[in-house]
Design a protein around this ligand. Sequence first.
Ligand SMILES: *Cc1c(COP(=O)(O)O)cnc(C)c1O
Length: 356
Amino acid sequence: MTTRSADASPYPRLLIDVGAIRRNYARIQSLTGTADVAAVVKADAYGLGAATIAPALADAGAQHFFVANGREGASLRAALGPDPSIFVLHGYWTEDAPLIEASGLIPVINTPGQLQDWLNGSGGDFALHFDTGINRLGIPMSQLAAVQERCAERKPCLVMSHFACADEPGHRLNRDQIDRFAGVRAAFPGVRTSLANSAGCLLGGDALGDLVRPGIALYGGAPGSGKHPFESAVQIEAPILQVRRATRPETAGYGATWCAEGDCMLATVALGYADGIHRAAQNGGYGRLDGIKVPIAGRVSMDLITLDVTSAGDAAHPGAMVSFLGEDLDAFANASGTLAYEVLTRLGARFERVYR
Ligand SMILES: *Cc1c(COP(=O)(O)O)cnc(C)c1O
């Protein structure tokens, strides 16, 4: 029971399946017909490593990429080379002018003031983002006519908007936003349009536009609450450091919140909230040992999680690897009271990241 395999390691690692990400890209392409599929790789490709993933997506056919800010754009340019277009979602800031020029980035302009600054300073491509109802970023619809006029001489290369509720297909705001975006389209005839995030890609039809902008679907997370066709691309492997027996009424972990129901086996793995695992995952989160579900027992601590491995029998021994996320990504996010988006982007720097 305490055998140790020769290649046992005390380090947790993150296995990132680049092939699955490429297949998800192809799946989105087949769902969205003639629309071009961009890749949203902000926040270091949702925490998975844009320097590796973006070139693989370019190889799979992506010619357009979206990042949050200019610095992300500059690193992405270094990874992708000169050809793909890189859009910067957080707007045009004059502080970024040298960086945008040097890296050939396309600012997504979010206010009339940014448009003014850009037209005064640069002859380069730009996109216009209109706020059709999320009230987050983007030019208010009340400014559409004024902005259209400002662009009489120099047209944007893309007009876009962003859904607030695409993850709820029946929500009436989806229809309202599509209708308002039709007004944007009409004001900029011949300019390419972009509306759909991952969940919007699943809405289909007039939710799509010419260029779709999926992020989470590429990485295999659920875009909404329903079933989805995307393959999980991320698995944690955390080694068991120690195994012990516990019997009722023994407890485990800080606060003694978990109590053994009978004779059971506990295994403690090298993984914790410092690696980005939410403490809330203690309420129903689980890993898998040899494919068998092993629930979290007691509180998640900084560098350790204790699991009830009773059902896994002899598979539980020091050095054995317990896997997390993978096909269980959405269930794990749900137990943690959050979404796959937050689970992925919080995965910590301590993991060794292994790409395959
Ligand atoms: C993050 C983001 C996306 C991608 O969203 P997903 O839900 O991950 O597909 C698309 N467009 C904008 C404006 C975003 O901020």
